[in-house]
Design a protein around this ligand. Structure first.
Ligand SMILES: C[S@@+](CC[C@H](N)C(=O)[O-])C[C@H]1O[C@@H](n2cnc3c(N)ncnc32)[C@H](O)[C@@H]1O
Length: 262
């Protein structure tokens, strides 16, 4: 277990942060009044979206571990919320290795909850920005074997990277480092579903100084270009289920998919 940062960066309680607003939406306690103020202004469907997204993560991680994937690189991890990814995958494959990454200092502060690995496995935490993928890969190599399949999870992350920051190029660079048999797990807020909700969320986050880049289905599908989407393909988060029982049908503004690198 290690945290790759010499000086823990300061937590800014004067400005809302994505990880903390999301924590508020999930009913967590690791947020500040400034984050709550943003969450309070959002329609209730935003809380549904957060829950649907997190439940997708749970199902996708369990499915991948069930396929024998035992290495995970999770970028945009968020504040620990049980069950965390390593708890899910190590429940299936106890020796699984998980490298977590986030750029928010509050996630680093809570990283010890992410670093309680099973005795047979390893968990690690990198304080880093997805917009510098090369550095993340370099650190992740200390724990993960890049000659064997890795699941790269970018769950509710890429809509924080607007088009002018080359989101598809960033994902392409991360995927280029992974060997055949690896998987991409990605969820993403939609601009072409529940459009009113998308507009309200984008506007409230913008007022709080957070830029969002919600995307159409086509824009999200581009992240999977050249990969083999596993069934049921790129669908809404509640529609993506594999081994667990199907959730109740519900509207969702979150796209989700898992794909394999050939
Ligand atoms: C909505 S939360 C998702 C958390 C978790 N992946 C989940 O789906 O339950 C988005 C996370 O991405 C992180 N994030 C946003 N921009 C980032 C960036 N440029 N680099 C790394 N992490 C980032 C935020 O700090 C936050 O923790």
């Amino acid at each position: 277990m290690s945290v790759n940062t010499p000086e823990p960066p300061q937590i800014d309680t004067g400005k809302a942060h994505p990880a903390r607003v999301y924590d508020w939406l999930l009913g967590g306690k690791d947020n500040y009044p400034v984050d709550e103020a943003v969450g309070e202004k959002l329609p209730p469907e935003a809380r549904d979206a957060a829950r649907q997204n997190r439940q997708f993560m749970n199902r996708a991680a369990a499915w991948l571990a069930g396929q024998g994937i035992d290495q995970f690189l999770d970028i945009g991890t968020g504040i620990p919320t049980e069950p965390n990814l390593h708890q899910i995958v190590q429940g299936v494959v106890p020796h699984a290795r998980v490298v977590y990454t986030d750029n928010d200092p509050i996630v680093l502060r809570h990283a010890e909850a992410l670093l309680v690995s099973s005795p047979e496995g390893i968990t690690d935490y990198i304080q880093a920005d997805v917009r510098r993928p090369g550095g993340i890969i370099e650190h992740a190599r200390e724990v993960l074997d890049f000659d064997r399949p890795i699941a790269l999870s970018l769950i509710a992350l890429m809509h924080f990277i607007p088009d002018d920051q080359d989101p598809h190029g960033i994902v392409g660079e991360l995927l280029a480092a992974l060997p055949s048999g690896s998987h991409l797990v990605l969820s993403h807020a939609a601009s072409d579903r529940l459009a009113e909700l998308a507009e309200q969320v984008t506007a409230e986050y913008a007022r709080a100084g957070i830029r969002l880049g919600f995307r159409t289905r086509e824009g999200v599908a581009r992240f999977f270009d050249g990969l083999d989407l596993v069934e049921p393909g790129l669908v809404t988060a509640p529609e993506w289920f594999r081994s667990s029982p199907a959730p109740e049908p519900e509207e969702s503004g979150i796209y989700a998919g898992v794909a394999r690198l050939g």
